[in-house]
Design a protein around this ligand. Structure first.
Ligand code: COA
Length: 706
């Protein structure tokens, strides 16, 4: 325990240094040590005040999330924070790094907060399906007012130190010698002879905008549809603005305990760890050498290439963008500039940072310009001959250590690698459109890809702010392969008489960001058709397979870009039901002998689409395309709009019960037939269900074996 929180005395001030790597989480032994040491200070007449600081890369980044599944142990963080605030001697928090969640709540219980420049503070609990539960919802509004507290807590954003000082969260920001600044503040407070507690303050009712809490909840119902934690945070903040702190803390406790036990929070906590676990590849040790990436190249200046270039520029990497034609290159460069300009206009980027980023961007018309880069990401259109030509040329042009990555979403990376003399440096980096916005990066490992290339690419993914997940080579990798089954069922439902609005409505009400019909219209019915058509030999020979999509393509109804697809888009974006689309689908269905059914229920839509998705996920695990069920959850929540509060398809399956899913397959098979194996349970799913196990248990057993 003494190692976790060390204690020294500097000129009558006690310095508590928390040292609990990697992020100084406030686990029970840390909390206990802090309480014991502050108790000792209070008893010791020689000591006038306390400074709490942290060793390593950051002040505490919060409560220890791993403890959340167990009953809380004394002293809980709320108890510790109340104890600190009530201390008769001043307690100063000296912050650096990312002071988040419980770390900031602890700091707000102290009597003064000083931070090193570059520090970020925040209360990101909503991302774990929680509210700050150790006084954060009560103390933050008392420091910065209701409106700013609602914004900070419901977005969970990391607030830069200078902004936090201007808001009133911090008392001071210093450019160096943080500890000295903490000691100086501690002396000053102890000389003043009294301490001011955040909890003693109140929010002036005159500062509250009319109906502020109701308005905030209404906005959240749209912006964070389906999430329980953000509106609960608003409730807790309302109490902070209405009642004395003791009552507010009790309210916070109640709300927080309920959320912590909820499936939503368990799902979001699962994803937090799943995203981090996805970075660990069982056969690639942590000490695998990482290649230095200092210069990058992108081939193809279309939407995808430009988006990828922006990701790299945003991580301060120089980018050489290559196109075959000057006009296309100019368009790509202009697109990048426009996107960064927009970020400046919206206040997301400072203009000097934009200028700096653009100064790292250069354009070229020949692959020869890539001779010096450390990684090339090819993002030209999906044509195997074109990609093969590019990779065969790159092999001779790029330096030997360079990584050759392809952004293909459908083609076989092993075939692309085979045209090079060094297939070990070829890898897939599957970005999602718009590449500079979407978080997911599917990293696709070829048969011969070197371990160091995989490790470097995963690390680069993190560096450019993505959530990387590893996939093996196979049609559609993880995400699009599963999408195929999900879309298949959604379009079967259209053939049987459901409307696009009904199918999308059922899935969106359940939590999907966008229903599958709207997704197809957004992605482009022509693009989906082309992929299907190029891969017919891999898909079922079912004459009904995705017929609605094929018709939309045949009729030039490509979706949003042509103003009509499954829906009409009068303004280019807002969808409207279209009787013509329904008629086209109905006519095709009738000619193929599919009867229209009345009364297709939302439950049927959910079961068919989601269970097809889960079954394919299980098959991908069986085929070793996905390493873990939790990786699949990462892919679908970060890249396909699967609601985080349901934890991803495999976590959701566990929560429903695998036996229930398997039973539903039997029912579906007997109702709709099973000529094409749609309702044949993947062996892994069947075996787990039979053994009464979950995908989480499957992952854990595999981890132990690895
Ligand atoms: N409790 C327990 N473990 C935590 C943790 C927490 N609050 N915060 C981070 N960790 C662990 C991670 O799981 C990871 O473990 P691993 O190396 O075994 O995978 C390790 O600390 C490093 O975290 P990572 O996210 O990979 O580092 P980073 O430098 O990219 O980001 C943070 C650091 C602090 C910004 C990020 O970890 C974070 O946002 N943490 C959660 C903060 C939070 O939600 N706090 C409120 C909790 S109520």
């Amino acid at each position: 325990m003494s190692k976790l929180v060390s204690y020294s005395i500097e000129d009558g001030i006690a310095v508590l240094l928390i040292d609990n790597p990697p992020v100084n989480a406030l686990s029970q032994p840390v909390r206990q040590a802090i309480r014991e040491k502050i108790s000792a200070v209070v008893e010791d007449d020689e000591i006038r005040a306390v400074v709490i600081a942290c060793a390593g890369r950051t002040f505490s980044a919060g409560a220890d999330i791993r403890e959340f599944d167990a009953p809380p142990k004394d002293p809980t963080l709320p108890i510790l924070n109340d104890f600190i605030e009530a201390s008769s001697k001043p307690v100063v928090a000296a912050l650096h790094g990312t002071t988040l969640g419980g770390g900031l709540e602890l700091a707000m219980s102290c009597h003064y907060r000083v931070a090193l420049e570059g520090t970020h503070v925040g209360l990101p609990e909503v991302h774990l399906g929680l509210i700050p539960g150790a006084g954060g919802t009560q103390r933050l509004p008392r420091l910065i007012g209701a409106a700013a507290a609602i914004e900070a807590i419901t977005t969970g954003r990391h607030i830069p130190a200078n902004e936090a000082r201007d808001l009133g969260i911090l008392d001071d920001v210093v450019s160096d010698d943080l500890l000295q600044a903490g000691l100086t503040a501690a002396h000053k407070l102890s000389n003043e002879g009294h301490v001011s507690c955040t909890g003693d303050r109140s929010v002036d009712p005159a500062t509250l905008e009319d109906n502020i809490f109701a308005k905030a909840k209404k906005a959240l119902a749209k912006r964070r549809r389906g999430f329980n934690a953000p509106p609960a945070a608003v409730d807790a903040i309302e109490w902070a603005c209405t009642f004395p702190i003791e009552a507010g803390l009790l309210k916070e406790r109640k709300l927080s305990s309920k959320l912590k036990a909820s499936l939503q929070s368990k799902a979001q906590r699962h994803l937090f760890f799943a995203e981090r676990r996805a970075l660990n590849i069982p056969d690639i040790p942590k000490e695998t050498p990482i290649l230095n990436i200092a210069n990058t190249g992108v081939i193809g200046a279309g939407t995808m290439g430009a988006g990828i270039a922006i990701c790299l520029l945003n991580a301060d990497l120089p980018v050489t963008l290559v196109e075959t034609d000057q006009k296309a290159l100019d368009r790509g460069l202009a697109r990048i500039e426009k996107t960064l300009d927009r970020d400046v206009e919206r206040g997301r980027l400072k203009s000097d940072v934009r200028d700096d980023r653009l100064s790292r961007l250069s354009g070229a018309l020949s692959l020869e310009a890539l001779s010096f880069v450390d990684i090339v990401v090819e993002a030209v259109f999906e044509s195997m001959p074109v990609k093969k030509q590019i990779f065969s040329a790159l092999d001779g042009i790029c330096k030997e250590s360079a990584i050759l990555a392809t952004n293909t979403s459908t083609l076989d990376i092993n075939d692309i690698a085979a045209v090079t003399d060094s297939p070990e440096r070829v890898i897939g980096t599957h970005f999602f459109s718009p590449a500079n916005v979407m978080k997911l990066l599917e990293v696709v490992r070829g048969k011969k890809t070197a371990k160091t290339v995989v490790a470097t690419t995963m690390k680069l993914g993190r560096r450019i702010g993505k959530i990387p997940a590893l996939s093996g080579v196979g049609y559609g990798f993880i995400g699009n392969r599963m999408l195929e089954d999900y879309v298949r069922e959604s379009q079967m439902l259209l053939m049987e008489g459901a409307s696009p609005a009904q199918v999308d409505g059922a899935l969106e009400n359940w939590g999907m960001a966008m229903g599958p019909c709207a997704v197809m219209d957004l992605a482009g019915q022509d693009v989906s058709f082309l992929t299907r058509d190029q891969n017919r030999d891999l898909l079922p020979s079912d004459p009904l397979y995705c017929v609605p999509g094929d018709i939309m393509n045949a009729k030039g109804r490509f979706g949003q870009k042509t103003g009509k697809g499954f829906y009409l888009y009068p303004d280019g974006r807002t969808r409207q039901a279209d009787p013509d689309a329904l008629n086209l689908i109905r006519t095709a269905a009738t000619s193929l002998g599919v009867q229209s059914r009345q009364g297709i229920s939302d439950q049927e839509i959910l079961d068919r689409c989601l269970h097809a998705l889960i079954n394919r996920g299980a098959q991908l695990l069986d085929d070793s395309i996905a390493l873990r069920a939790s990786d699949i959850d990462v892919v679908w929540s970060a890249g396909y709009g699967f609601p985080a509060y349901r934890g991803g398809p495999m976590f959701y399956a566990d929560s429903v019960g695998l036996d229930v899913i398997v039973d539903s397959f039997d029912t579906l098979a007997s109702k709709f037939g099973n000529d094409y194996g749609y309702w044949t349970t993947a062996p892994l799913l069947a075996n787990l269900a039979k053994a009464g196990k979950t995908f989480a248990e499957y992952d854990a057993e595999n981890r132990e074996r690895a």
